[in-house]
Design a protein around this ligand. Structure first.
Ligand SMILES: Cc1cc2nc3c(=O)[nH]c(=O)nc-3n(C[C@H](O)[C@H](O)[C@H](O)COP(=O)(O)OP(=O)(O)OC[C@H]3O[C@@H](n4cnc5c(N)ncnc54)[C@H](O)[C@@H]3O)c2cc1C
Length: 302
């Protein structure tokens, strides 16, 4: 049994915003895979529901001049079968494959994953690496803000009263000139929350896999109270050959992360995993950058 105080099923996004604005305790529910678990556990904070599942304004994906727009109601299963998302944001698809199992992926949405504010959300690291933006709509109108800065603390995000996340916007990986990679380390290979998740985006100065690092973007889940980018490690890698860059990153990383000890893993074990995954993902992303640069070169000379 779920102890709902109130439940509304609006027919439009405008109505949903109005219902949320009218009741400061109400929360939007998309797939319900986080909310319904909490409600079942007896959390009263989740008892007033505005059900936004299936609202047409939150559905679908489109692309305009290399920018991918993903409706917040898009499930991870839909993302994984989208040829558009696979072409424009392969890193996000790689991460979607790590979320839970097929049943949850059929229901869980990208919007819920972001707005839940969890440090272990699998979409967070790739979206941070890809400098994603969030399109929010609320009683005061629309705003487009960077994802970076949206997470304020465990379970807390910079969502204003009454606001609904309408879509996620990402410039295509090709336009951003990055090779990318994401991996999740967890105790089991399925249906398990990340011990650490790591995403990397790399651009090299030439098309050799041992070339100079022109740009590194590195992000982690569960390495701090919120998903984080790693500005110190990213700066340390810039301008170095790849093998030196991974060493510089390993040394700089503890300034960017603060892994905690929990029943899942000790803090120093997480730190070891953070360094190990960073090296692996940077090398994989660099290899992917080099092979896509080589393919482009080949296509031009054909
Ligand atoms: C068995 C199980 C395994 C799981 N495994 C993983 C995993 O491996 N990786 C992972 O990342 N997560 C995992 N999760 C967590 C969960 O499935 C995801 O976080 C999911 O993406 C949440 O999406 P949802 O649509 O179900 O969100 P909901 O439960 O509907 O909502 C979650 C939160 O986001 C808010 N919200 C939802 N949509 C919007 C919107 N459009 N605008 C504003 N606020 C909104 C809600 O108010 C609520 O606070 C798992 C959950 C379960 C039950």
């Amino acid at each position: 049994m779920y102890a709902f105080e109130s439940y509304h099923r609006p027919q439009s996004l405008t109505d949903a915003v109005a219902l949320l604005a009218a009741n400061p305790f109400a929360r939007p529910m998309a797939g319900g895979t986080d909310i319904l678990v909490r409600l079942r556990e007896g959390h009263k904070d989740y008892a007033d529901i505005v059900d936004i599942h299936g609202l047409p304004e939150l559905e679908g994906m489109s692309a305009d001049r290399g920018e991918l727009r993903i409706g917040s109601g898009t499930t991870f299963a839909a993302l994984m079968t989208s040829s558009l998302a696979t072409r424009l944001a392969p890193m996000l698809i790689e991460a979607a494959g790590w979320v839970a199992g097929p049943q949850i992926r059929n229901t869980a949405t990208i919007g819920g994953n972001i707005c839940n504010g969890s440090a272990c959300a699998d979409s967070a690291a790739p979206l941070l690496v890809l400098n994603a933006h969030l399109d929010l709509i609320g009683p005061e109108g629309q705003r487009l803000i960077p994802l970076r800065g949206f997470h304020l603390g465990p379970g807390r995000v910079e969502r204003r009263p009454g606001e609904i996340l309408r879509s996620v916007r990402i410039k295509s990986e090709q336009d951003q000139g990055l090779g990318t990679a994401y991996v999740k380390y967890s105790m089991r290979q399925a249906m398990d929350i990340a011990t650490i998740g790591c995403g990397a985006g790399v651009r090299l100065r030439d098309d050799q896999s041992n070339g100079i690092v022109d740009e590194l973007r590195l992000a982690f889940t569960v390495a701090a109270p919120t998903p984080v980018r790693c500005p110190t490690a990213e700066a340390a890698a810039r301008g170095l050959p790849l093998s030196q860059a991974v060493k510089a990153v390993a040394e700089a990383l503890d300034q960017d992360v603060s892994p905690r000890t929990s029943w899942r893993a000790a803090g120093d074990f997480r730190m070891h995993i953070i360094r190990t995954l960073a090296e692996r993902m940077i090398r994989t992303a660099a290899k992917r950058f080099a092979s896509s640069a080589a393919n482009h070169q080949e296509a031009r000379t054909c």
